[in-house]
Design a protein around this ligand. Structure first.
Ligand code: FES
Length: 105
């Protein structure tokens, strides 16, 4: 596992999001109302809508283009639609607020 520093929690408003590019892939980082930071590829599995611009409701983001609902923890699209977006493992340093993304290589 490799740890990549991708930002700091202070850069994301509560219930907000931001994007980072990691190894050529744009990732959307979300700060949920419960404080969790979740990361998914910033590309809706339907037609590529930018999920970072969607509305977050609980643990789901609503795609801004056609309102598909995607579970930010599993990456799964909610029924009746189908599909899955890549999710990324994220670690937050409790002291500094640094956000790390963990990848295989
Ligand atoms: S592109 Fe996301 S719902 Fe269509």
């Amino acid at each position: 596992m490799v740890k990549h520093l991708i930002g700091n929690i202070s850069e994301i408003d509560p219930k907000g999001s931001r994007t980072v590019v990691l190894e050529g892939t744009e990732i959307a980082l979300f700060r949920l109302s419960d404080g969790d930071i979740l990361a998914v590829e910033n590309k809706c599995p339907h037609k590529g809508g930018k999920l970072s611009e969607g509305m977050v409701c609980g643990k789901d983001v609503h795609c801004p283009l056609h309102d598909w609902k995607i579970d930010l923890r599993s990456g799964c699209v909610q029924e009746p639609d189908t599909g899955k977006v890549s999710t990324y493992e994220v670690e937050v340093d409790p002291v500094s607020g640094a956000i790390y993304c963990l990848t295989e290589s």
